[in-house]
Design a protein around this ligand. Structure first.
Ligand code: ADP
Ligand code: MG
Length: 488
């Protein structure tokens, strides 16, 4: 069998030799090896042939997880995810791999299997690491960088530290499933939700889990902002090849806050191609954003639709139970005693997002430790007066609908009804306009709350009222009055 292969291999050696020689001079690789894209390409063919030889099951277990890392001086280096896999491949398949590789690459004399180092490329924390501060040596041979994983991911952002409740249970479940399953299940996984609701926390948790479970898998986590920064830098240094290679050689690509590239066309373009290359190659892509794919304004249509192809899971604002659960968990972690009454008070009063909730708790905990006295609701209210004021200013869509309905003397039910009579349609449009102006809801979200109307209807309403405010004195006054009543 293997003798057959040797014979069969001869013409191939000749055919591929010329190509490889050319590749060796490819200026992309600083060390004169074969470029990564070519390597991967040929490696794909090598493994396909081996699959034929050894059968599907063995192939899936041992060969598919391997990574081709370089070809230099006749030595083809592969990376295995565990020492078990490395030993197994070396003892059982290396010979056959050498023969097939020699046929495919032309200049392979030896196959070497190494243990892969855990590789994570990321940006530190959420906001602290602005792109300008990026001083890493990110361009390394074959475009991979080995950062110490633990340096980049927040150690507190794990699944274990994530408090699960109704508003986030779906996102949590799919995040965990994605992290734990060996096969790519949801691709892409798209997590979205408002600010401070735990998207970054879940992203880090996925990265931690994958790293713990399969240290050989290359996980790349970074913000979309950083992705853009690197892309722009690559353009500036005419180095887009290694940029592409770096991003296309990972097993798992995680991009946080993808809305950041809204309106940035060439970055979107690059992201789109990277995205496709990875998904088509069976690699996992995980993306977070502050809106659903369809609501991402300023994003190319093809990218929006592509982002929605896999699993889309949203994180809703935390409800009272979840807020209280999070406060209890965090207070326990911090090992400070804060009376239940005070936690309940906080959970009631700070409804905006989990980050603010945490901020409030930290302030109270610090205070409790400083003064060494138990915190009361009164002292908490005092300490947090600024936060409490801000969160009571949040205006609900219910309040808007009620207020507008009573102002115009129509029933609240008309806000949701399909009727289009002018005397009802106009107040409804005003309410939509106010919803867009006074809340952070998107057009589709507003549409849903107005009896399931389409987002284009809401956009039309907003534009109509905008126009009237400038041309019709009565409408301008109504809007002004309603705004001040609602904001009081
Ligand atoms: P986002 O990325 O959605 O803006 P983050 O992931 O940065 O939000 O979350 C803000 C803060 O709230 C973080 O410190 C995070 O740990 C915490 N947090 C959010 N949701 C939860 C949760 N369900 N359980 C525990 N902590 C949470
Ligand atoms: Mg975030």
């Amino acid at each position: 069998m293997s003798a057959d292969h040797e014979n069969e291999a001869v013409p191939n050696v000749m055919t591929y030799f010329a190509g490889v020689e050319q590749r060796v001079q490819d200026p992309v690789d600083p060390e004169g090896g074969t470029s990564m894209a070519d390597l991967e390409n040929v490696w794909g063919r090598v493994t396909e042939r081996l699959r034929h030889d050894i059968g599907d099951a063995a192939w899936r277990n041992w060969i598919k997880p391997l990574r081709v890392s370089r070809l230099q001086d006749g030595t083809l280096t592969l990376e295995a995810g565990s020492s078990l896999a490395r030993d197994r491949v070396s003892s059982q398949y290396a010979d056959r791999l050498r023969v097939i590789s020699a046929a495919e690459y032309g200049i392979v004399k030896q196959v070497e299997v190494k243990l892969a180092a855990p590789t994570i490329i990321e940006n530190r924390g959420n906001d602290s690491d602005r792109p300008a501060a990026d001083a890493d040596g990110y361009k390394a041979p074959h475009g991979t960088v080995s950062h110490d994983l633990t340096a980049g991911l927040d150690p507190r952002y794990t699944f274990a530290n994530f408090v699960v409740g109704k508003p986030n249970e779906l996102a949590f479940a799919v995040a965990r499933r994605t992290a734990e399953s060996e096969r790519v299940s949801f691709n892409p996984l798209f997590l979205y939700g408002g600010v401070g609701l735990g998207k970054t926390h879940l992203m880090h948790a996925i990265a931690w889990q994958i790293w713990r479970q399969s240290p050989g898998r290359k996980v790349m986590y970074l913000s979309a902002e950083k992705f853009m920064y690197r892309f722009v830098r690559a353009l500036r240094f005419r180095d887009t090849m290694s940029f592409k290679e770096q991003f296309r050689s990972v097993d798992v690509l995680m991009i946080d806050d993808v809305q950041f590239i809204s309106g940035k066309e060439s970055t979107q373009d690059e992201f789109f191609h990277t995205f496709n290359a990875l998904v088509e190659g069976g690699r996992q892509v995980i993306v977070s954003a502050d809106k659903s794919p369809t609501d991402l304004e300023g994003m190319e249509e093809r990218l929006r639709s592509r982002l929605g192809w896999g699993m889309v899971a949203d994180i809703h604002p935390a409800d009272y139970e979840l807020r209280l659960g999070i406060l209890q968990a965090k207070a326990e972690q911090m090992q400070v005693r804060i009376p239940d009454k005070v936690l309940e008070f906080l959970a009631h009063r700070i409804a905006s997002n989990v980050r603010e909730l945490e901020g409030a708790l930290n302030r109270i905990a610090a205070h409790a430790m400083l003064i060494g006295r138990e915190i009361t609701i009164e002292s908490a209210a005092d300490l947090l007066s600024d936060l409490l004021r801000a969160s009571s200013r949040q205006i609900s869509i219910d309040a808007i609908q009620n207020r507008v309905a009573s102002h115009y003397g129509v029933r609240v039910a008309e806000m949701f009804s399909p009727r289009r009579a002018r005397n009802i349609a106009r107040p409804r449009q005003v309410a939509m306009f106010l919803a867009k102006n006074l809340t952070s809801l998107s057009y589709p979200e507003i549409g849903r709350q107005f009896g399931g109307r389409d987002h284009t209807t809401v956009m039309h309403a907003v534009r109509t009222i905008e126009g009237l405010v400038n041309s019709d004195h009565a409408v301008a006054e109504d809007v002004q009055l309603l705004k001040s009543l609602l904001s009081a």
